[in-house]
Design a protein around this ligand. Structure first.
Ligand SMILES: Cc1cc2nc3c(=O)[nH]c(=O)nc-3n(C[C@H](O)[C@H](O)[C@H](O)COP(=O)(O)OP(=O)(O)OC[C@H]3O[C@@H](n4cnc5c(N)ncnc54)[C@H](O)[C@@H]3O)c2cc1C
Length: 509
């Protein structure tokens, strides 16, 4: 019998997969990474092709979803996942990726760090997670500097647009009485100082479509450095379709190839990992609980900024916000306030009861005063389950829903927010909308760390009863606060890989 192809096979080259790969190769372990995709898009394409598509398909396809999900790159990633992953949705939009770099090709790069309260129910200590946050921050570059302690709340990061800066100023001079509402410059994984191979953000304003200069972190950038290591190998166009324990693990791919290693690390994203494990889990009866963040979008108008010209600025999250609505540890919402001036005008003009030219003129006059707040609720407000679906064309179906009483909570929150909008001089416009579950793409908790039984994993992400099968993506995060999740997925993957590097398959000296 031939020897193993590597000490570890990692499935998935998104943020989780690359974060697991670095510590392993640094410790001299041989890593084979398989990814279903290859490169998406091309840096050589003109801006209009990147934004609107070769034959303006983005404009025609405006279906009311977030502008970010309508770009050619987003559509290429999401439609392929919806077509080939074997996962369908009922009242749930299954967002996942089958592209090299995963969803980091289209993420908003807003960063959050969890604290000791947030991880009170996890079987790990906060110090180990913090160490991993620091390592990841150094590697990927966070706003002005790479040191997350210095880019904490309060310090300005990338320059704010004029309207966002005005709103932040109002917040600072008229603080809320009880301190439950916080507004702060968002922290993003976007470079404000250039690094080798990546230019700093130049406020070019079309970063909604990915940054041609590489200022926004994308895990494809990490693949370039990983590939310099003799211990690392990446194989593209390798969609894993089955895992067999023999002992050790054999991975079979859609093209008929197979690969063998003593340990396997799943980093296919929460939905991708669920699809790969469906044959190993007894999910028929109760379904697999999936935590996702219910998401609300609220358009806002700043009358004081009306008729001022919009300033060119980067179009990703500019102001971060959080609002506490209860006494529980996770009873808060988190979100972002975006300036609309840098979003695609067409999305707004299409919705105006005016002709195209009149709509454009009207939009240009008011764009500088418009904002959109996007609010994320914690995962305990979701009720989404993954079921096996032998009868349907898809092998798994996700049924999406909200926790009982969520509608009452949502109304109470809107009321609380209305007080804050008033204090900030903002008028909420009609048209606020609750997104279909899944659109948030903040997923966790299908196979939580510390849980017993067939659906639980150890603190090292090892699936119970499946020795050598480790999971490092959001699947094993036991609870989902409303904070942005990707930084924590990366830190947790780094933490697990360090532990595996210390204990498993030491290279011969
Ligand atoms: C529009 C949008 C905006 C977002 N904005 C933010 C934000 O501002 N902040 C934040 O924290 N998070 C954000 N997110 C979420 C963030 O993108 C995800 O949390 C993150 O990408 C998850 O990383 P991952 O590595 O676990 O999975 P993914 O990024 O999904 O990567 C999975 C990888 O596995 C591969 N794969 C899947 N199945 C297989 C298979 N069977 N065989 C081989 N390879 C496979 C895929 O090709 C992919 O490379 C956003 C997501 C979206 C869609």
């Amino acid at each position: 019998m031939n020897g193993p192809d590597a000490d570890f096979i990692i499935i998935g080259s998104g943020p989780a997969g690359v974060s697991a790969a670095f510590p392993l190769i640094a410790a001299g372990r041989r890593v084979l990474m398989l990814d279903a995709g290859n490169d998406v898009g091309s840096r050589d394409e003109s801006r209009s092709v990147r934004v609107l598509g070769g034959d303006l398909e983005s404009l025609r396809a405006d279906d009311g979803s977030s502008p970010k999900l309508q770009t050619p790159v987003s559509r290429g990633i999401l439609e392929r996942f919806q077509g080939e992953s074997g996962i369908g949705g009922v009242g749930f939009m299954p967002i996942g990726s089958l592209a090299r770099g995963g969803l980091s090709n289209i993420w908003g790069a807003q960063i959050s760090y969890l604290d000791a309260d947030d991880i009170a129910n996890w079987p790990i200590d906060i110090a180990s997670l913090q160490k991993s946050y620091e390592r990841i921050s150094e590697r990927i570059g966070i706003s002005r500097n790479a040191d997350f302690k210095r880019s904490a709340e309060g310090e300005s990061v990338l320059p704010l647009g004029a309207t966002a800066a005005y709103v932040l100023h109002r917040h600072r001079v008229a603080k809320p009485a009880n301190g439950s509402f916080r507004l702060f410059p968002a922290v993003n994984a976007i470079l404000s100082e250039s690094r080798p191979g990546r230019a700093a953000c130049d406020l070019g304003s079309d970063c909604l479509y990915g940054c041609p200069n590489g200022a926004i972190y994308n895990s494809r950038q990490d693949l370039l450095s990983l590939r310099k290591s003799p211990h690392f190998r990446l194989l593209d166009n390798m969609r894993a379709v089955s895992l067999t324990h023999n002992p050790g693990w054999t991975v079979r791919t859609a093209d008929g190839s197979s690969f063998f290693a003593p340990r396997i690390i799943l980093a296919a994203g929460v939905l991708g990992t669920a699809a790969l494990l469906a044959d190993h889990l007894p999910i028929e009866e109760q379904g697999l609980r999936l935590l996702n963040s219910p998401t609300l979008a609220i358009p806002l108008l700043s009358p004081q900024r009306l008729l001022r010209s919009s300033t060119p600025t980067h179009s990703l999250a500019q102001l971060g916000l959080s609002l506490r609505y209860g006494d529980g540890i996770s009873d808060y919402v988190t979100g972002a306030i975006y300036e609309v001036g840098s979003l695609p005008a067409q999305n707004f003009i299409n919705r105006m009861p005016l002709g195209r030219n009149a709509g454009r003129a009207a939009f240009e006059r008011i764009a500088g005063s418009l904002l959109v707040a996007t609010i994320y609720y914690p995962g305990d407000q979701s009720r989404s389950y993954i079921h096996r679906d032998a009868a349907a064309e898809k092998s798994l179906t996700i049924h999406g829903g909200f926790a009982e009483g969520f509608d009452i909570l949502a109304e109470a929150l809107k009321r609380a927010l209305r007080r804050e909008w008033k204090r900030l001089g903002l008028i909420p416009l009609p048209g606020s909308s609750l997104a279909e579950p899944g659109v948030d793409a903040h997923f966790a908790g299908t196979l939580p760390m510390g849980a017993s039984g067939p659906f639980g994993t150890s603190a090292d992400g090892e699936l119970n009863f499946h020795r050598g099968l480790h999971i490092v993506d959001g699947s094993i995060i036991p609870d989902l606060s409303s904070k942005y999740i990707t930084m924590t997925i990366m830190a947790n993957a780094d933490r697990i890989a360090h532990r595996l590097a210390e204990t498993e398959a030491k290279p011969a000296s």
